[in-house]
Design a protein around this ligand. Structure first.
Ligand SMILES: [Cu+2]
Length: 335
């Protein structure tokens, strides 16, 4: 009979263990066990309390079972007493589970409670398969739109306003907070405060279609003064092409790409894809998939359907090498 899962062969164990090593090494940029914000710290604490509680109970039950099976007759009859069954079987779980439940409720309500009005509201919309990021002004209108990267001032409370107009996504930056769904027709809010400057990776945590696993982003927490400087630079229109190659790139862009992408300061005003006004200043290309440089821009433009099959951008494989280089250089120049 065929079994769905064959047991691991002895030589496969070390291989499986080795495969887990990169996961551990990668752990700190995207790990719920390495909290870098208040909200995540509460969740990590709750996990450890539950883990320790479960561990102690498991060990106790195992020891009692061993004693009941193999212990001397006196011990075995002590374990079999009526009081032991009522105490260990009913009272103990009631008390311990209630205590753990209360602890969990208290930390959950501390996470939801807003201690101060947020310094900043950022709306994040789950798209297929990328993130539209809008910094909201005081009146709720968009002061700045960008994509796939969220910068926040460290030490300040930030509120994420999470929406979707397509399917359900889930917004998760494990180092900063718990995950929360982005539901069409519904607004969810998430409070986050990063303890210190740092770069954290976020990931869609609800299956949302073919490229769900490649729907990632970065949160960059900066010292407040650096954040203000970044924000001021981002609200400026795009840089004008400095030389002939970049001019060619811009012309090609306005012909082939502007129906889907916006670049402020040019006639390109499409909204179907990410805003590219300062795309060269971001950390990644393709929603966290590739590092950000001229080479990966070129690769993305010509081969994005190989890199991220099914995504909503057509591949431009028919461009000449020269055209592709000009477009990629133009993207890179948009700092
Ligand atoms: Cu998603």
């Amino acid at each position: 009979m065929q079994r769905a899962f064959q047991p691991l062969m002895p030589f496969q164990f070390p291989v499986a263990l080795l495969a887990a090593v990169p996961l551990l090494a990668y752990g700190d940029a995207q790990s719920a066990l390495d909290p870098k914000g208040q909200n995540a710290a509460r969740i990590a604490e709750t996990s450890w309390v539950l883990f320790a509680g479960g561990g102690i109970i498991f060990a106790t039950v195992m020891i009692l079972s061993a004693a009941a099976l193999f212990g001397p007759a006196g011990l075995r009859s002590a374990i079999g007493r009526h009081a032991m069954i009522v105490g260990g079987g009913i009272l103990f779980p009631l008390v311990v589970l209630s205590a753990l439940l209360i602890h969990t409720f208290l930390s959950a309500s501390a996470i939801m409670r807003a201690d101060a009005p947020p310094a900043l509201r950022i709306q994040v919309a789950g798209e297929l398969w990328w993130w539209r990021v809008s910094y909201l002004g005081d009146n709720g209108s968009t002061a700045l739109e960008t994509a796939n990267e969220i910068r926040i001032p460290a030490g300040r409370p930030v509120e994420f306003v999470l929406i979707s107009d397509n399917v359900i996504h889930s917004f998760w930056v494990p180092n900063l907070a718990g995950k929360i769904d982005m539901i069409p027709g519904h607004v969810n809010r998430l409070r986050v405060r990063a303890d210190a400057p740092g770069v954290f990776r976020g990931q869609c945590a609800e299956y949302c279609g073919a490229q769900h696993a490649n729907m990632a982003f970065h949160v960059v927490a900066q010292a407040p003064a650096d954040y203000d400087a970044w924000f001021a630079a981002q609200t400026k229109p795009a840089q004008e092409p400095r030389d002939a190659v970049l001019q060619t790139g811009k012309r090609l862009f306005l012909n082939a790409c502007s129906q889907c992408h916006a670049i402020r300061g040019t006639p390109a005003a499409g909204t179907l894809g990410p805003d590219l006004t300062h795309v060269g200043s971001r950390l990644s290309v393709g929603a966290g998939m590739l590092p950000n440089n001229a080479g990966t821009f070129g690769g993305w433009i010509a081969g994005n359907q190989h890199i991220k099959p099914g995504n909503r951008m057509p591949a431009f494989g028919g461009l000449s090498g020269e055209e592709l280089r000009a477009l990629a250089a133009y993207m890179e120049s948009l700092q």
